[in-house]
Design a protein around this ligand. Structure first.
Ligand code: ATP
Ligand code: MG
Length: 556
């Protein structure tokens, strides 16, 4: 089951786009992905990226990458760089240069002056507490601020002086004059500008007033001739404000804001603030820790861009709740890797096997993928000392056991049928070695007169290379770690989410570059670590995903 070239799934936003193109409302579409550079992107952003860039690609339109950089204190160059890298890695290209809301600070200021001149905005000097009090509640209307009727000339003068740095931070704001009694609190004279002396990553100290997101976003969209402004559902109540600003400024372009539901993934979190907390409190090794739901973390773990895009396709786009089980993501990744990853053998938990009759035994050539002969082949060496997986031997096997057991036979993958003749134990009674013999007449053919069902993987000890193998499990022990208001999500971190073992791999992977993916037969998909793996020197593999979703079944 290959994931490539899957047909696009129909959804309500696609329907709107198709209708707008069919009716001639738009000749082509322009979308945008507007992250704030205040953290690394996560799997939820991947959904939004696939939607915005994907629609533009499919309908021959354009998609902009625009940084919504209106909160200078939380933003950084590192975040902006990582976001660009992540979008490119996912396989998308934005139209033209990267755009920044801060490129429009001058225009946004001029438009604010225009609103003041039209009597649609005013400078207010209420304290934040008073402001809250005047705003009213969901059930009670707000009250007009005493400054609401300030004369236009005075507003113009005060706003210019706010910009010129004549007032302390937070002492004045510019507000839209809409309706303090509106049922929609977002329309109760929302703040458009605030005073904040903060160094901005792009504009430095040039500005001491910064526009608010709601005011900035709609204007940025209009300036870029965006046709469909796609955002998550929490902005639904902000849409009247989006439209109000654009209508009052009478801009020639008025994009249509369309909301869709946020992606939430079970057993992880998709809040930037909480992901940042995991990083700053060193609960994980960094933003790219392979347990993180960040794009860079998923990349380091070995997820493929194609697999993540396929996941986005499978979960679809709608307005209803989008809480998805991790198994959906993992199966999209698995399906993609199935056809992509060469297959080799590795041993995670070795049990030594001595083959007592190995004299004259042959090594055998084996292809890297049953369906892809073009992946090539290698020789799977055989010798008198082997490693098999500890799990593949049982002294007292359960019913239906098809692996090795005292006196029993198994097929060694790509090699001989082998019988266990003797179990060697240590002082504590633990199994430390098996002494086995092979049937020399079974290389590449079935044994005569009997059936051997089980096949296990193995390595020739002298040919195998040691490797650090990192095994990952869910980062949290509960499906919704941040659902409990009384308890911190940090309490639900899975202490066993990372296990590092020293295992063994076939020598043919020795020179694999960082970010090379393999299937270790029967064990799962693995990827050489981007940071720590050194080809030919230090082999480090991250388990991307197991072969089958055994985890879901093990849960009660
Ligand atoms: P913040 O609270 O910092 O605004 P955010 O997750 O909304 O966090 P943005 O950088 O504003 O981060 O997000 C960029 C875009 O990605 C927005 O259009 C947003 O709607 C979308 N997005 C963010 N989180 C999700 C999610 N979980 N599912 C789908 N889209 C998302
Ligand atoms: Mg946001």
């Amino acid at each position: 089951m290959s994931s490539n070239a899957q047909a696009p799934v129909s959804h309500f936003i696609r329907n709107i786009v198709e209708a707008d193109l069919a009716s001639g409302k738009h000749r082509s579409i322009v979308t945008r992905f507007p992250p704030e550079p205040n953290g690394y992107l996560h799997v939820g952003h991947a959904k939004s990226i696939c939607l915005n860039f994907g629609l533009a690609l499919e309908y021959g339109g354009k998609c902009n990458l625009r940084f919504d950089d209106t909160n200078p204190e939380k933003e950084s160059e590192e975040y902006a760089r990582s976001i660009q890298e992540d979008v490119r890695w996912l396989g998308f290209r934005w139209d033209g240069e990267v755009r920044w809301a801060s490129d429009y600070f001058g225009t946004l200021y001029d438009f604010a002056v225009k609103l003041i001149e039209k009597g649609l905005a005013y400078v207010d000097d209420l304290t934040p507490e008073q402001m809250r009090e005047y705003r009213g509640t969901l059930t009670e209307p707000g009250r007009n601020s005493p400054s609401r009727d300030r004369p236009i000339a005075e507003n113009l003068d005060l706003f210019a002086r706010m910009k010129n740095g004549e007032f302390p931070d937070g002492s004045l704001v510019l507000r839209a004059k809409i309706d303090m009694a509106s049922a929609n609190i977002n329309l109760r004279d929302p703040v458009l500008y605030r005073i904040k002396r903060a160094h901005h990553i792009r504009t430095g100290d040039r500005w001491c007033i910064y526009p608010m997101y709601d005011y900035t976003h709609c204007i940025s969209d209009a300036l870029e001739n965006i046709t469909h402004s796609l955002c998550t559902l929490e902005f639904e109540d902000h849409r009247p404000l989006y439209d109000w600003v654009l209508d009052r400024l009478a801009l020639s372009c008025h994009p249509q804001q369309i909301e869709f539901s946020r992606l939430e993934l079970h057993y992880t979190i998709t809040s930037k603030r909480k992901l940042l907390q995991l990083v700053t409190e060193k609960r994980v090794s960094g933003w790219d820790d392979p347990r993180m739901p960040t794009i860079t973390g998923m990349r380091r773990r070995g997820y493929t861009p194609e697999g993540i895009r396929e996941f986005a396709r499978r979960i679809g786009v709608s307005k209803s709740e989008n809480v998805v089980d991790m198994a959906v993501l993992e199966s999209a990744i698995r399906d993609d890797l199935e056809a992509r990853a060469p297959r080799v053998m590795a041993i995670i938990n070795p049990l030594k096997v001595t083959v007592t009759n190995a004299g004259g035994a042959q090594s055998r050539e084996a292809g890297f993928h049953p369906n892809h002969p073009e992946f090539g082949s290698r020789v799977v060496p055989f010798s008198s000392e082997l490693f098999i997986e500890m799990d593949d031997f049982a002294e007292a096997p359960p019913a239906g056991w098809q692996r090795l057991t005292p006196g029993g036979e198994v097929r060694l993958r790509y090699s001989y049928v082998m019988r266990c003749d003797e179990v060697v134990k240590g002082a504590a009674g633990e199994v430390i070695e098996l002494r086995c013999s092979i049937d020399h007449n079974t290389l590449g053919k079935n044994p005569e007169g009997r059936k051997v069902k089980g096949v296990i993987h193995f390595l020739s000890r002298e040919h195998a290379l040691p490797a650090e193998i990192r095994l990952y499990d869910r980062l949290f022990t509960v499906p919704e770690p941040d659902a409990d208001k009384e308890r911190s999500f940090l309490e639900f971190i899975n202490p066993a989410s990372l296990t590092v073992v020293q295992g063994w791999v076939e020598a043919c992977v020795k020179d694999a570059a960082p970010e090379t993916r393999y299937q270790f037969e029967r064990l799962g998909y693995f990827c050489t670590d981007r940071r720590d793996h050194q080809p030919g020197k230090k082999l480090v593999f991250n388990r991307t995903v197991t072969l089958k979703d055994s985890w879901a079944k093990e849960q009660p």
